[in-house]
Design a protein around this ligand. Structure first.
Ligand code: AMP
Length: 190
């Protein structure tokens, strides 16, 4: 299921971007945590309610971080994935060819959670930016997801996800496919 829901510039740009995103996220998170203030009442609630409150807080954090990241969406600023492609940041590489790189997600949502990215972003900060000229790379990414699933031993049940924009909690503005598997996946997704 594919849900609709990169050229390095200077490091100072990236640093500024990261700092801005962190600052923004901190600003939007603080009031959220404050207003939720569920810790003080948490012990009064049954376990299932505590779990759902925790989930609400995590969800709010994801949404706030996604909104902060979206501020950068329209720019062509480099992302963390450029550093991964340049091998300036270590990643656990699962598959690589001349066009794509597949590496394990740092915050896995399933026993197998691999990201596949085009090495040349070519304007694809989001799937919504796709144009006819991107057909080849989009097909190549999908084919790479099958190779990754096969390598990871999850061909019998895996999911391919593209989060598009803040409404889908996209947090890195360099097109990427999530390949998830290794456990029973539920439907509908969150
Ligand atoms: P999305 O929220 O769809 O934009 O997905 C971005 C993904 O990138 C998230 O699942 C993050 O956990 C993942 N991520 C961010 N930084 C790294 C990193 N340095 N190495 C691996 N995965 C990362």
């Amino acid at each position: 299921m594919v849900s609709t829901t990169l050229a390095a510039t200077s490091f100072s740009l990236l640093r500024n971007y990261n700092a801005n995103v962190r600052a923004f996220a901190a600003n939007v998170r603080a009031p959220l945590q404050h207003s939720t203030n569920y810790n003080s009442i948490n012990f009064l609630l049954p376990l299932h309610s505590r779990r759902s409150l925790s989930r609400v807080s995590v969800t709010n954090d994801e949404e706030a971080a996604a909104k902060a990241a979206a501020l950068n969406a329209r720019s062509e600023a480099p992302t963390i994935f450029d550093k991964i492609i340049a091998k300036e940041i270590l990643s656990s590489i699962v598959y690589e060819d001349e066009k794509v790189l597949a590496f394990r997600d740092i915050n896995p949502q399933a026993p197998v959670h691999v990201l596949i990215i085009p090495k040349f972003r070519d304007g694809l900060t989001t799937l919504a930016k796709a144009e006819a000229r991107h057909g080849d790379i989009l097909g190549h990414l999908l084919c790479a997801s099958k190779i990754v699933a096969e390598k990871e031993g999850i061909l019998d049940g895996f999911r391919v996800v593209i989060n598009n924009g803040p409404g889908a909690c996209q947090s890195v503005y360099h097109l990427h496919l999530h390949v998830l598997g290794g456990r029973q996946l539920k439907w509908p997704p969150g």
